[in-house]
Write a protein that binds this ligand. Sequence first.
Ligand code: ADP
Ligand code: MG
Length: 259
Amino acid sequence: MPNLQRPVALQLNNIHKNFGSLEVLKGVSLTAYDGDVISILGSSGSGKSTLLRCINLLENPSQGEVFLGNEALLLKPNKSGDLVAANQRQLEQFRSKMGFVFQNFNLWPHRTILQNIIEGPTQVLKIAKDQAISEAEVLLKRVGLLDKKDAYPENLSGGQRQRIAIARALAMKPQVLLFDEPTSALDPELVNEVLAVMKSLAEEGRTMLIVTHEMRFARDVSSQVVFLHEGRIEEIGTPEQVFDNPKSARVKDFMASHQ
Ligand code: ADP
Ligand code: MG
């Protein structure tokens, strides 16, 4: 159950998104309290990625509000009717407080692992390089890849790259971590090493939103599970409620076909 005494980490109010005449998000509201791990499930095309991307304006929502802690992201309408940042500096601050981990890692190919990790801290947070390097080394140790610090992304396996992407996100000391199918591009034997890192983050109380098809993992780590269907929350609850006792027939079918 959400503990109302914990502060709000991230709140989405009535998020809508249209791509032309296609209505992809139809009013999604969601609150993550500090330490919540929210898994977002749903069929392909249900709007999971779009929802995650609307949080930090990688997509511009058509309507709605985003709060980080109790600070509202300042939005204004543009000509095509979507909402864009009203204050670019605030948007950059928001983004720096949200670590985003994508399916395809998005590491800079021509930079070493260490350079990939210290770029944000030195350029955005203005942390001194020595300090950024020592913090990066702690993170690399944590994800078990300190020995790869001078390697380039192409010399790493997919699982290793994703662990680096997580370390890079952590280096920004984010308040919230957003994961969009972080293991979907991986060979099956590499999935668990990434899930293990994510589980350790959940256990230390990080606030996380995770789009995933890893059902066992979602059941294991989540405080809340959200099932999205055609741009709406079809069901939300604890893992026990959503996995073992779904109210919606659609969720039941989905669970049955994703055992
Ligand atoms: P999911 O992540 O749940 O698979 P998405 O959020 O990627 O779903 O996509 C939801 C719907 O929005 C899909 O029908 C997809 O084709 C459409 N969509 C996503 N991004 C765009 C875009 N940039 N332009 C037009 N349609 C898009
Ligand atoms: Mg997606």
